[in-house]
Ligand binder design. Structure first.
Ligand code: SAM
Length: 280
């Protein structure tokens, strides 16, 4: 932990450290049970591959199952997460992939390092006043033409948990407005590509949004790009970018795995066996 670290970062890290094993059990088969999510992840992966490929990062990768899913779609992907326990678990579960500790509020990646960046239900832990900075960081680390994919729950009011899976936590899950997110992305320099609004399910009354955006390519005639080029311009020396430096905290032991397994999508299920997203 650093002296200047905001409270919400410290609390989020501590919360996910505490619940990592239970959360991992909850989401282990998430891609399998989320056809709409898979559709957007597949579209994102196809865009990145068609653009010419290059390094991709999932920021807020948690136990790593979405990073691993994107790897199966042919992406050169690694994960970054705030929680050292999550990172340890992801490394243990997917030893063939790279996971590092870091925060989207302080990405230590070089400018233009990435062909793609995914934040899958992780910007929900950013206080609203810091979202413009986070999107500016995403824009900075993407190469021109790079792709961004966001997933988040839709709404106005955050859900607060002071207990999860039987552990005391201080975790806020913020709902966001797709219009506001798209507006902030455009202000940060992105061009929206698509948005998908998943309507409430009977078992999950909270709508979800999946947003795909792109860092524009330079206008023809500027910065030496040919007018026909649609490739993300990833500098060669960034082909395997260093991941972020941890904002603080040290890796700790992975808690024992919970015996509870579910085939239901994780957002149908709770932190305390009640849904993460159920109505207040
Ligand atoms: C709801 S989980 C989603 C994990 C994974 N993407 C998934 O779909 O299962 C949110 C994850 O974001 C991470 N996270 C929260 N704030 C973060 C930050 N500022 N930087 C990086 N990761 C963060 C948490 O540690 C947690 O693992």
């Amino acid at each position: 932990m650093t002296a200047t670290e905001p409270d919400f970062i410290r609390d989020t890290r501590a919360g996910y450290d505490a619940i990592a094993a239970d959360y991992a059990e909850l989401v282990r088969s998430a891609p399998e049970h989320d056809p709409l999510g898979r559709a957007m992840l597949g579209t994102f992966a196809e865009y990145v591959r068609t653009d010419g490929g290059g390094p991709v990062v999932e920021i807020g990768s948690g136990p790593g199952q979405m990073t691993a899913h994107l790897h199966t779609l042919g992406l050169d992907i690694s994960g970054i997460d705030l929680s050292p326990v999550m990172v340890a678990m992801a490394r243990r579960t997917y030893p063939e992939l790279r996971f590092e500790e870091g925060s989207m509020t302080g990405l230590a990646l070089p400018d233009g390092a990435l062909a793609g960046l995914v934040a899958w239900y992780s910007i929900i832990h950013i206080v609203p006043e810091r979202l413009p900075d986070v999107f500016a960081q995403f824009h900075r680390v993407l190469a021109p033409g790079g792709r961004l994919l966001l997933a988040f729950q839709v709404g106005d009011e955050p859900r607060h948990y002071d207990e999860a899976f039987g552990h005391p936590v201080n975790l806020d899950f913020r709902r966001l407005s797709p219009d506001r997110v798209l507006d902030l992305l455009e202000r940060a320099g992105f061009r929206p590509t698509a948005r998908l609004l998943r309507e409430p399910y009977e078992t999950d009354p909270t709508p979800h949004a999946l947003v795909l955006a792109r860092k524009p390519l330079p206008e023809p005639g500027t910065q030496g790009l040919s007018s026909g080029s649609r490739r993300a311009r990833v500098p060669r020396h960034h082909a395997s970018p260093p991941l972020t430096a941890p904002e603080g905290g040290t890796a700790s032991a992975v808690p024992p795995s919970s015996a509870v397994r579910s085939t239901a999508p994780p957002w149908h299920r709770p932190l305390t066996r009640r849904a993460l997203t159920d109505p207040a």
